[in-house]
Write a protein that binds this ligand. Structure first.
Ligand code: NAD
Ligand code: UDP
Ligand code: UDP
Length: 319
């Protein structure tokens, strides 16, 4: 049994990771400032004696004793990370410094939840880990993209300079139960819109592509990578290589919900990447990871979750 710190543990992915690690018999310390996460996401874990929660902002130093660290604290949806862009960069950069300082003192393994956004609007397709990316450093997405890129730099420098055992993953669009219904991401938006009979809002003409990974597949990959030999720092792409246009996603959500919502087209946000698909050869060869949940299956589970959420409480209407 290990004692494991999960920052951002009350968020969408973090709450699934806490649950998975508890299921493996570990002790879990969840640290979160509840900016985009919520106590509701971890409510079902509170009775477990091996689970502990600390309200804390990772931009502030943290002194705890743990064996391993998963650093997920950071708003992930464009609506949330652009709400206070300076704080987003601080969370990625100061958060990385503090968690790396902690890992250095403890000689603990630390995994960084980086992102496919480090590839920006990619000129290489599909994206391999060797690609350096195409990011606008001064655009509205830069606080997130460049913050995450700088965090990767810090991880590799703490590794080379101080011998900290690091694991860097680049997560591609992930979806599933406990996504924030108002966070503006495409999967949650379309499902909520379809269930309420509101129009599905496609930004641009819907020909841009994304690859959607179900959260259980991702979490399994994160833990598998953490357990690989210390000499392997990554970065490693984790995502589902199935690539869909946003229009295809809208049509699939309409079919699976049985909704008669119309589709409407809205302006494409600035710097919106044209396409994205992970090359997952490295994860496969290093630790035999491949996603197993097809899009339709994952969407059905996510739709069930949102049916419950929408049935229980009123929500702010989306754009
Ligand atoms: P989320 O917004 O649901 O979770 C982020 C969590 O971090 C929230 O609980 C939030 O309250 C917490 N947090 C934010 N700032 C903090 C701070 N300063 N101190 C402490 N806690 C803070 O998002 P998510 O989708 O679960 O993403 C988790 C991680 O995975 C993020 O680092 C994100 O960048 C990364 N990621 C996610 C995706 C995706 O598709 N979901 C893709 C790529 C990378
Ligand atoms: N830090 C922390 N917890 C620890 C050890 C360090 O939060 O257990 C923070 C510390 O406050 C510092 C940062 O991590 O700001 C970087 O630590 P490091 O040892 O690399 O740098 P230094 O303390 O020499 O600035
Ligand atoms: N998108 C859309 N309608 C929405 C929300 C998003 O068409 O209601 C588009 C968005 O412009 C982008 C894609 O869907 O092209 C994925 O957006 P998301 O915010 O989920 O993730 P990211 O852009 O960070 O990959």
């Amino acid at each position: 049994m290990k004692r494991i710190l999960v920052t951002g543990g009350a968020g969408f992915i973090g709450s699934h990771l806490c649950e998975y690690l508890l299921g493996l018999g570990h002790e879990v310390l969840c640290v979160d400032n509840y900016f985009t996460g919520s106590k509701r996401n971890i409510e079902h874990l509170r009775d477990c004696p091996r689970f502990e929660v600390l309200r804390h902002d990772v931009t502030i130093p943290l002194y705890v004793e743990v064996d391993e660290i998963y650093n997920l604290a950071c708003p992930a949806s464009p609506v949330h990370y652009q709400h206070d862009p300076v704080q987003t960069t601080k969370t990625s950069v100061h958060g990385a410094i503090n968690m790396l300082g902690l890992a250095k003192r403890l000689k603990a393994r630390i995994l960084q939840a980086s992102t496919s956004e480090v590839y920006g609007d990619p000129e290489e397709h599909p994206q391999r880990e060797s690609y350096w990316g195409n990011v606008n450093p001064i655009g509205p997405r830069a606080c997130y993209d460049e913050g995450k890129r700088c965090a990767e730099t810090l991880f590799f420098d703490y590794h080379r300079q101080h011998g900290v055992p690091i694991k860097v993953i680049r997560i591609f669009n992930t979806y599933g139960p406990r996504m924030h219904p108002d966070d503006g991401r495409v999967v949650s938006n379309f499902i909520v819109q379809a269930l309420r009979g509101d129009p599905l809002t496609i930004y641009g003409d819907g020909s841009q592509t994304r690859s959607f990974c179900y959260v259980d597949d991702l979490v399994r990959g994160m833990v598998q990578f953490m357990e690989t030999p210390a000499e392997e720092p990554g970065p490693v792409n984790l995502g589902n290589p199935g690539e869909f246009t946003i229009l295809e996603l809208a049509e699939t959500v309409l079919r699976l919900t049985g909704s008669e919502s119309p589709i409407v087209f809205r302006p494409l946000p600035q710097d919106d990447p044209r396409r994205r698909r992970p090359d997952i050869g490295r994860a496969d060869s290093l630790f035999g990871w491949r996603p197993g949940v097809p899009l339709a299956t994952g969407l059905e589970r996510t739709i069930d979750h949102f049916r419950d959420v929408l049935g229980h409480r009123p929500m702010r209407r989306l754009a």
